[in-house]
Ligand binder design. Structure first.
Ligand code: CP3
Length: 351
C-alpha cells in the first residue's frame, strides 16, 4: 500500500472509500485486560513516558479491535507538565495539577517548552510506531485545545462548574488571554513536532468547550484554536477537531478550518453535518454507553448512524467520547466488524 492510501486518510480527504473507517477514542485503555496487565506494573505517567511501553499499548487496539487508525498512547496533559506544572494522576480521582494562576506574573512563570527537548519520548514513540504500523494503519497524534488545557491548569484538575476558570475569564481577561496565548504556542509547537516525527493525522481535543455559551466560545476560545490550526504544517496531514457537548457550537466550530469535525452523541450526525455547512467530514458519533447493549442492538444503532452519515462529505465512525472502562472488548470488536460490513459500498454506488 502506498504510504497515504489508507481508508481512514482517504475519508479525511473526502476521497472515495470501500467502507466506513472506524477508530475509537481512548481505544487503548482500562477496558482491555492487556492494558490492565501493563498498568499493574507501571504508573500511567511511566507508561506515557516510556516509548517502548507507549508503542506496545498503542498497538493493542489495532491488533485486537482491527480499527482503521492507531492513536498515540499519551495524555493531553503531557505538554502541560512540560510547561512547568506539577502533574500527577491519582487512581479514582484523575489528574491533579499544582499551579496557581491569579495574576500576570503567574503566567510569566510558565514555559513554552521545546517539544523535542522536553517531550522527546512522545516523538520517539511516534517514530517507533510508524515502523510498526507501516502498511497497516495510519497514526494519529494529538493535543488538547488551549481552552481545555487552560481549564486543567486553572482548576487544578477536572472540574464541575469551572468557577475558577470563569472568574479568570470574566474578572482578569488580560491574564486569561496571556495564558491562552502561551498555551496556544505550546500546542502549535507540540503538534508540529509530532507531525515532523511522523504523525499522519492530528486531533485537537476541546473536551470542555461545551460548557460555554456560543457567545463566550466565540469570544474566549475560537480565535486561539483557529490560529493553531492555521499554523500547523499541513501538507497532507489532516487535522481533526473534537469538542464534547458541542452541538450548539457547531455553526461557529465549522469556521475553525479543520479537515474533520468530531462530534458527541447528543445530536444526530446528519443534523450535525448540516450545522457544519453540509460539506464537512464528520467523525462520530455513537453514545459510548450504547456498547452496553447486546450486539444486535449495537448493530442497529451503528446502522442508523451509518445511514445518517451519508449526509456528510465523509464519515469516520467513532464513539461520541472515550470508550468506558466497563465495556466488554467483544462488543467493541463486534462494533468494528459491523461498521466495516454495514458501511461497505455497493460496487457501483457513488460516494
Ligand atoms: O485515545 C486514546 O486511546 C489515546 C490516549 C489518550 C488518553 N487520554 C489516555 C488516558 C488520549 C487521547 C487522552 C486524552 C485526554 N486526557 C483528554 C481528552 C479526551 C477526552 O477524554 O475528552 C482528557 C480530558 C484527558 C485528561 C485525563 N487523562 C483525565 C481526565 C484522566 C482521568 C480520567 C480517566 O479516564 O481515568 C486521564 C487518564 C487517562 N488518559 C487514562 C488513559 C488510558 C487512564 C489512566 C489509567 O490507566 O489510570
Amino acid at each position: 500500500m502506498n504510504g497515504n492510501d489508507y481508508r481512514f486518510l482517504r475519508a479525511c480527504r473526502k476521497e472515495p472509500v470501500d467502507t466506513v473507517p472506524i477508530w475509537i477514542m481512548r481505544q487503548a485503555g482500562r477496558y482491555m485486560s492487556q492494558y490492565k496487565e501493563i498498568r499493574g506494573k507501571h504508573s500511567f505517567l511511566e507508561m506515557c513516558k516510556t516509548p517502548e511501553l507507549a508503542t506496545t499499548i498503542t498497538l493493542l487496539p489495532v491488533d485486537i479491535l482491527k480499527v482503521d487508525a492507531a492513536i498515540l498512547f499519551s495524555d493531553i496533559l503531557i505538554p502541560v507538565e512540560a510547561m512547568g506544572v506539577k502533574l500527577d494522576f491519582i487512581d479514582g480521582k484523575g489528574p491533579v495539577l499544582d499551579f496557581t494562576i491569579e495574576k500576570a506574573q503567574d503566567v510569566e512563570n510558565l514555559l513554552v517548552p521545546d517539544p523535542v527537548e522536553k517531550t522527546g519520548f512522545v516523538m520517539e514513540a511516534i517514530r517507533l510506531l510508524r515502523k510498526e504500523l507501516e502498511g497497516r494503519v495510519p497514526l494519529i497524534g494529538f493535543s488538547g485545545a488551549p481552552f481545555t488545557l487552560a481549564s486543567y491548569i486553572v482548576e487544578g484538575g477536572t472540574s464541575k462548574n469551572f468557577i475558577k476558570l470563569k472568574m479568570l475569564m470574566y474578572q482578569a481577561p488580560d491574564v486569561y488571554r496571556k495564558l491562552m496565548k502561551k498555551i496556544s504556542k505550546t500546542v502549535t509547537d507540540y503538534l508540529n513536532a509530532q507531525i515532523e516525527a511522523g504523525a499522519q493525522v492530528v486531533q485537537i481535543f476541546d473536551t470542555w468547550a461545551g460548557i460555554l455559551t456560543p457567545q463566550d466560545y466565540r469570544k474566549y476560545v475560537f480565535s486561539y484554536t483557529k490560529e493553531i490550526i492555521s499554523n500547523l504544517r499541513r501538507d497532507e496531514v489532516p487535522v481533526i477537531h473534537f469538542a464534547n457537548e458541542s452541538a450548539t457550537l457547531l455553526p461557529i466550530i465549522k469556521e475553525l478550518g479543520a479537515d474533520v469535525y468530531g462530534i458527541d452523541w447528543r445530536i444526530n450526525i446528519d443534523e450535525a453535518a448540516s450545522l457544519l455547512g453540509g460539506d464537512a467530514v464528520v467523525q462520530g458519533n455513537m453514545d459510548p454507553t450504547a456498547l452496553f447493549h447486546p450486539v444486535e442492538k449495537i448493530e442497529e444503532i451503528a446502522a442508523d448512524i451509518i445511514a445518517r452519515g451519508k449526509k456528510t462529505a465523509g464519515h469516520i465512525f467513532n464513539l461520541g467520547h472515550g470508550i468506558l472502562p466497563p465495556t466488554d472488548v467483544r462488543r467493541a470488536q463486534a462494533l468494528v466488524e459491523a461498521v466495516h460490513r454495514l458501511g461497505r459500498k455497493a460496487k457501483d454506488e457513488p460516494r
